[in-house]
Design a protein around this ligand. Structure first.
Ligand code: C5P
Length: 410
C-alpha cells in the first residue's frame, strides 16, 4: 500500500500518455496522493480533465495559469512530491532534463526538485537509440535518476522495437517497490554473474549446464531495487534481464566471463558470482561441424580458470560472494570454497532437494560466514533469498566491516 505517499506524475507528449491514466488510477487506489502535471503536447493526447477525475486533484499545465490552486506552482509541486514519475518521457523531455532546460511548468518543476526521479521513456526505436538520446539517458542515470527501460514490442508508429512504455501494472510495481524497499545499496557498484557458461565443441554444439539464471537475475533485480548501480554479466539464461541495469553483458564461455568481470573488478564494490561457470572447456573446438563418421568421439577438456578464486587473490575492499551448488556434504564443501576463494560469504544449496537448485523459482540455502557461523534458510522464493543476500552485502559495505578471520577448525 502506498498510503499517503505523495506522487507527482509528469506526463509528456507521447502517444503512450493514455496508459498513464491507468498508472495514476492504480496509485490513487492504493492510497497515494497523486498530482499530475502535463506538457502542452501531452494534452493533445489525453485531456487534463481525465487526470483530474482520476486523481481528484487539479492538473497543472500552464506555468502562469493555475495560481488559484497553488501559490508558485512549480515550487509547490516539487515540495509536495515524495517521488516524481515522468511517464511517458519523450526524447525532447530527456534532452531538456539532462541539460537543465526549464521552458514549461513540467521541466521547471523538475529543476526545482531534489526529490527522487523515476523516468519512463517511450518513443520510436530510432529516436530511443539515437546517440543524443542515449547520451541524455547516460547523463540522467549518472545523476542518480532511475530510468525505467522501455519494453520491446509494437510501437504506435507501426514499427516494432525498443521504445514501448512498460505496462501500467509494471510501472506501478516499480513505484510500489521504491516505497517499500530501502535504498541500502545507494551509491554502490555491484557486479552480478548469472546463468550457465557455454563451452563450444564445434560451431553447432557446446557443453553447458542446467542453470536457468534465475537466482542471479533476482539478485541483480534486488540490488537495483536497493539503489545499487548493477552490471549483470550473464551466460546462458532463459529469462529477461531486469530494468535499469547499468550494463547487461551476455557472454558464452568462462574465458569471456572472466575477461568481462576482471575488466570492471577494480572499480566495483562487490561481486556476486552466482553463475554456473564450466570447470572445463574443450581444448580445441573444431572449426567445422564434427561429422558422425567414427563410432567414438573423444573430446579433450582443459581446466577453465576459476574466476572467483582469482578475484579472491587480488581483491582489496570488494565484498565477494560465491555460490556452492552441491549434491552432497554441502556445508563442508562450501566452507572449503569460502576459504580457498577468499570470500566474504558463500551461499550453499543442495541442488538435489525438491524446491531448490536449477530451473525452479524457489531455493533452500544456507549462508556460511568466515567465522564459521551458518545461517540456514527454509524454502523460499529466489526473489526473497536474493533480498537476504543483498541485505548482507549492504551490511558489509555500509559498516565497512573488515573480513572476519577464517575459522580453520571448521
Ligand atoms: O568451485 P566451484 O565451481 O564449485 O565454486 C562455485 C563458485 O565459484 C560459484 O560462485 C561460481 O560462480 C564460481 N566459479 C568461478 N569460476 C569457475 C568456477 C566457479 O568463478 N571456473
Amino acid at each position: 500500500m502506498l498510503d499517503k505517499k505523495n506522487i507527482l506524475i509528469g506526463v509528456t507528449g507521447g502517444i503512450a500518455a493514455y496508459k498513464v491514466v491507468e498508472v495514476a488510477s492504480r496509485l490513487k487506489k492504493s492510497g497515494a496522493n497523486v498530482r499530475v502535471m502535463m506538457t502542452a503536447a501531452a494534452t493533445e493526447f489525453v485531456s487534463p480533465r481525465t487526470f483530474e477525475e482520476i486523481t481528484g486533484n487539479a492538473v497543472f499545465v500552464e506555468m502562469f495559469g493555475d495560481a488559484a490552486h497553488f501559490h508558485v506552482a512549480h515550487i509547490a509541486l516539487a515540495d509536495f512530491a515524495d517521488l516524481i514519475l515522468i511517464a511517458p518521457a519523450t526524447a525532447n523531455f530527456l534532452a531538456k532534463a539532462a541539460h537543465g532546460i526549464a521552458d514549461d511548468l513540467l521541466t521547471t518543476t523538475i529543476l526545482a526538485s531534489d526529490k527522487p526521479l523515476l523516468i519512463a521513456p517511450s518513443m520510436n526505436t530510432k529516436m530511443f537509440l539515437n546517440p543524443a538520446t542515449q547520451e541524455n539517458l547516460r547523463i540522467l542515470k549518472a545523476r542518480g535518476v532511475k530510468i525505467l527501460e522501455p519494453a520491446i514490442g509494437e510501437l504506435a508508429c507501426g514499427t516494432s522495437g525498443k521504445g514501448r512504455l512498460p505496462e501500467p501494472v509494471e510501472i506501478y510495481a516499480v513505484v510500489d517497490k521504491f516505497f517499500t524497499s530501502e535504498q541500502i545499496l545507494s551509491g554502490k557498484k555491484v557486479i552480478v554473474t548469472a546463468g550457465g557458461t557455454v563451452e563450444a565443441i564445434d560451431p553447432v554444439r557446446y557443453i553447458g549446464n542446467r542453470s536457468s539464471g534465475r537466482m542471479g537475475y533476482e539478485i541483480a533485480s534486488s540490488a537495483l531495487n536497493s539503489g545499487a548501480e548493477v552490471v549483470l554479466i550473464s551466460g546462458k539464461a532463459e529469462i529477461a534481464p531486469p530494468n535499469g541495469l547499468k550494463e547487461f553483458i551476455k557472454v558464452e564461455s568462462a574465458l569471456k566471463m572472466r575477461e568481462e568481470v576482471l575488466k570492471r573488478f577494480e572499480s566495483t564494490d562487490c561481486v556476486i558470482m552466482s553463475a554456473a561457470v564450466a570447470d572445463y572447456r574443450v581444448k580445441t573446438p573444431a572449426a567445422q561441424k564434427i561429422k558422425k563418421d567414427s563410432e567414438n568421439l573423444t573430446l579433450e577438456l582443459v581446466k577453465n580458470p576459476d574466476i572467483l578464486r582469482e578475484l579472491g587473490s587480488i581483491k582489496k575492499n570488494q565484498v565477494l560472494v560465491g555460490f556452492a551448488a552441491e549434491t552432497q556434504n554441502i556445508l563442508e564443501y562450501a566452507n572449503k570454497k569460502l576459504v580457498e576463494k577468499n570470500l566474504d560469504f558463500i551461499v550453499a544449496n543442495d541442488v538435489t532437494l525438491e524446491g531448490a537448485g536449477f530451473g525452479v523459482s524457489t531455493n533452500i540455502a544456507s549462508i556460511i560466514w568466515r567465522n564459521g557461523s551458518v545461517e540456514s534458510f527454509s524454502k523460499m522464493s529466489k526473489a526473497d533469498l536474493a533480498e537476504k543476500i543483498v541485505a548482507r552485502v549492504a551490511d558489509l559495505l555500509n559498516n565497512d566491516k573488515k573480513l572476519f578471520p577464517v575459522n580453520t577448525n571448521q
